[in-house]
Design a protein around this ligand. Structure first.
Ligand SMILES: [Zn+2]
Length: 254
């Protein structure tokens, strides 16, 4: 680290749990953030400010006036622009040292596989089950830690799937695909603005802990927030023996 970096990141370096070594791991890391909306905004901003070396921001959408109530990566002059470009400009203003790569597309197939394989940590900040399951499968295949967040109305949830660990449960273990879960989206249901900030910032916290190796993550726990009553609770969960994604992982590992 040079003098500028030592000053910029001094409040992390002062934490014995992170220190110079942890900060250097953060500086050398590459994080994939899928979705530059309500969750991706605070997640990307904290990761950029905290010095994550390379941020890959993926989103195919453009900024809409209705986004500005919560998607703090974007501002009024960004309406109509690609979210990844508006987001990259905001992140550069926050921290010119952070490298930001943009992917103005809905990551899927080989592009998703390649980005997940290249990342040290993956943040799922998307808003639909198809994308969540595709990201989970790619993270399982490439043994990458996945930090998942969701926010709708006043309800938020966060979990970590540390798929570097052989026995760690995956997203599919917790939310099996194809079960008739009703897809509720912010576009129709509404979402409390700071809820997305709380969930996205928590995802950033878990990512920084994973990268620097400090603390205990939410691996194997689902953290649930009811922001209307401001009640938090956490539920432990394990691997589903019938999970097809984990079955494929197990086969690949043997
Ligand atoms: Zn599984």
């Amino acid at each position: 680290m040079n003098d500028d970096q030592l000053l910029r990141y001094s409040r992390h370096i002062l934490l014995p749990e992170i220190g110079v070594e942890g900060q250097e791991a953060i500086l050398g890391a590459r994080a994939l953030i899928v979705g530059a909306g309500g969750l991706g905004s605070p997640a990307a901003m904290y990761l950029a400010a905290a010095g994550v070396g390379t941020l890959v921001l993926a989103d195919d959408d453009t900024v809409d006036l209705t986004n500005l109530q919560r998607q703090i990566l974007h501002s009024a002059e960004g309406v109509g622009r690609l979210k990844v470009e508006s987001g990259r400009d905001t992140l550069h203003r926050l921290n010119p040292l952070a490298r930001v790569e943009t992917r103005a597309l809905r990551l899927q197939g080989e592009a998703l596989e390649a980005e997940v394989a290249a990342a040290d940590v993956v943040l799922d900040c998307s808003d639909n089950f198809a994308t969540r399951h595709a990201i989970n499968r790619a993270c399982a295949r490439h043994a990458r830690p996945l930090i998942s967040g969701a926010a709708i109305r006043f309800d938020g949830q966060i979990s970590v799937f540390d798929l570097r660990q052989r026995e760690a449960p995956c997203y599919h273990c917790l939310f099996p695909e194809g079960e008739d879960v009703e897809e509720v989206r912010c576009a129709v249901m509404g979402v409390f603005a700071p809820l997305t900030g709380i969930v996205g910032a928590t995802q950033a916290a878990e990512a920084l802990k994973l990268l620097s190796g400090c603390g205990t993550t939410l691996d194997g726990r689902l953290l649930l927030l009811d922001s209307l009553g401001m009640n938090w609770r956490s539920v432990s969960f394990g691997r589903d023996p019938a999970c097809p994604v984990c079955a494929e992982r197990a086969r690949a590992q043997t």
